[in-house]
Write a protein that binds this ligand. Structure first.
Ligand SMILES: *Cc1c(COP(=O)(O)O)cnc(C)c1O
Length: 393
């Protein structure tokens, strides 16, 4: 029998989450962001559920090729644009749209020989200071691009640094929108601003709330022509723990599940796991799970009673005990046995279902955001980190 750990991708959840993004987007078209192999879910696995999107946004050229190989003839956007001249040949061949964020990329375009002029997304650095032209240089970049025969159409985009901030008034979104609108108001072309957080928090439902702080912009200015949701499509809340995925009505698109492979009766006073970081203060039934950091589970998830990294066993919420090791981790079976006894069932034993995150067969849900939060990171990182040795079903 193979090791019992496996991941499952829920196509219905993807469809549901994408529909929710579309509702928040109003009239805007929706890029499904599938970079990092669809946030760890696998582009080929999610493709069918996401073909209701208007386009796919990603940044690896091989991922763009895979989307085309799946038969997608619609828009594909390279979020970081070309890395070298050769990439532009692939853009011409596969009909990829690409971001232009620096002068070097304009230089490359100017030397690129193509029969097919390109559709580009000119990116502004409106405050995040990652990619893009500063507002003062944006127009010059636009003018240069506009003069190139290699360019057919220029769209305008920017990216928010603080769209997930709990306080909308201090989020910086209004400031970045103000900067973007001010520098582009008389330039033609479609616009794209929103990631998941901006779309959920400032999209159709939230426009009225934000209206006061960005009064300079017309309603719909945020969702504009294209939105770029990533994490929400996979069921993660971009602003956890301020809001949870349940608050947003999102469904987890990935379940990471395994089984108990052993049970230990630990007397009071004994320690558990490497470094003996956990010591039982009372007798403890301990479940040993076939899942460790070599599967992508975060080693830094705390296994102290006070900190509680949540885990589901037979659909019942319990927590990690001691350190996560390479191939295994341990959980407290106390709460599980209590819940099972209440249903007249025997205590948990080897073979019991364990859900590290996602949906239990018994109906319970544990969001990846909660596990990530306990481990001091974000759901994005855990989803992307599921190891190659974990089989998907
Ligand atoms: C990754 C990415 C997104 C999607 O971000 P989420 O927070 O996952 O919604 C949108 N736009 C750009 C430019 C990105 O790189």
């Amino acid at each position: 029998m193979p090791r019992p750990i496996h991941a499952t991708v829920h196509l219905e959840a993807l469809r549901h989450n994408l529909a929710l993004a579309r509702a928040a987007a109003g009239d805007a078209r929706v890029w499904a962001v599938v970079k990092a192999n669809a946030y760890g879910h696998g582009i080929e696995r999610v493709f069918d559920a996401l073909r209701a999107a208007d386009g796919f946004a990603l940044l690896d050229l091989n991922e763009a090729q895979r989307v085309r190989d799946l038969g997608w003839r619609g828009p594909v956007l390279l979020l970081e644009g070309a890395f070298e001249l050769r990439d532009l040949e692939l853009c011409s061949r596969l009909g990829l749209w690409h971001v232009v964020h620096c002068d070097e990329q304009i230089d490359m375009l100017a030397t690129h020989k193509t029969q097919v002029p390109h559709r580009v997304f000119l990116k502004m650095n409106s405050g995040m200071n990652r990619l893009g032209f500063r507002p003062a240089h944006f127009r010059a970049a636009w003018t240069r691009l506009n003069a190139l025969p290699q360019v057919e159409e220029i769209s305008l985009m920017t990216h928010f640094s603080d769209a997930d901030s709990p306080a909308p008034g201090h989020s910086g979104v209004a400031r970045q929108v103000g900067t973007f609108v001010h520098a582009t108001h008389d330039l033609p072309g479609e616009r794209s601003l929103c990631n998941s957080a901006a779309l959920l928090r400032h999209g159709q439902a939230a426009l009225a709330e934000l209206g006061a702080s960005v009064s300079a912009t017309a309603p719909g200015a945020l969702t504009a022509d294209w939105v770029r949701p990533g994490i929400l499509v996979y069921g993660g809340a971009p602003d956890h723990p301020h809001r949870t995925s349940q608050d947003w009505g999102l469904q987890p698109a990935m379940t990471l599940a395994s089984r108990l492979i052993a049970v230990q009766d630990v007397p009071a006073g004994e320690a558990v796991g490497y470094g003996s970081t956990f010591r039982a203060t009372a007798p403890l039934r301990l479940g040993v799970v076939a899942c460790g950091y070599a599967d992508g589970y975060p080693r830094h998830a705390p296994g102290q009673a006070e900190q509680h990294t949540p885990v589901l066993v037979e659909g019942v919420r319990t927590h990690l005990v001691g350190r996560v090791s390479m191939d295994m981790l341990a959980v407290d079976l106390g709460p599980v046995d209590l819940a099972l006894a209440a249903q007249g069932l025997p205590p948990a034993a080897a073979g019991a279902e364990v859900v590290l995150w996602g949906q239990s067969q018994h109906g319970a849900v544990l969001t990846v955001d909660e596990v990530a939060h306990a481990a001091g990171t974000i759901g994005y990182e855990l989803l992307c980190a599921v190891a190659a040795r974990v089989n998907f079903r």
